[in-house]
Design a protein around this ligand. Sequence first.
Ligand SMILES: Nc1ncnc2c1ncn2[C@@H]1O[C@H](COP(=O)(O)OP(=O)(O)OP(=O)(O)O)[C@@H](O)[C@H]1O
Length: 223
Amino acid sequence: MFPAMLLTAKDLHKTFALPGGGSQPVLNGVSLSLAPGETLALTGESGSGKSTLLHLLAGLERPDSGTVTLDGAPLSALPDAARAEARRTRIGLVFQQFNLIPSLDVAANLAFQARLAGRHDARWCATLAERLGLAPQLSAWPETLSGGQQQRLAIGRALAARPPLLLADEPTGNLDEDNAATVLALMLELAAETGAALVTVTHSATVAAAMSRRLHLSHGRLA
Ligand SMILES: Nc1ncnc2c1ncn2[C@@H]1O[C@H](COP(=O)(O)OP(=O)(O)OP(=O)(O)O)[C@@H](O)[C@H]1O
């Protein structure tokens, strides 16, 4: 018997209006499904729509047509507030640009999403800080951290609420080779430990090879 799917996208279409008039179709019937704990790389040429697809999977944007279902609940059909709630409690997000909160120290950044989700667990946050090599920096400001440290913190923040789904957009895109390898290994280890499924948008063959499955986006469709 197949395991119940965590995430299902069915026949997603998305077209953007162009500033000068006209429109640009970006996703043209994209479907995928992800089992709990599965890891998936989304690859494709620059501009092929990978980030757009990730945003639809995260409920950050809505498709023009098609559905995104998370744990059996229709994410894409929910009104904005309910989608934001689902994102807070069920999805961890990691971006290329780290997106840390500059006015909060490392400890508060780490705990931020878990607090929002009403699932702060001080012991788990301490474990995450330790595992991510950030324990000595807990009272530092994010701007004083290296790029690698900032991305490790962003991963910890995304996993602090133990979401069943982690979505990452070029998580190693701003890092040198050594930091990229460390961040990739930690992201995979901690996702596996928490049971989170992972979808990673990437241009990196190394990152793509580290995922259990790869899908390539081309001409608005996945293969
Ligand atoms: N909000 C938006 N409004 C208008 N056009 C958009 C918007 N978001 C994305 N696009 C366009 O959709 C296309 C796909 O963009 P997207 O960022 O999803 O591609 P990508 O595959 O992630 O690219 P890259 O690898 O360069 O990050 C691009 O042509 C982009 O200009």
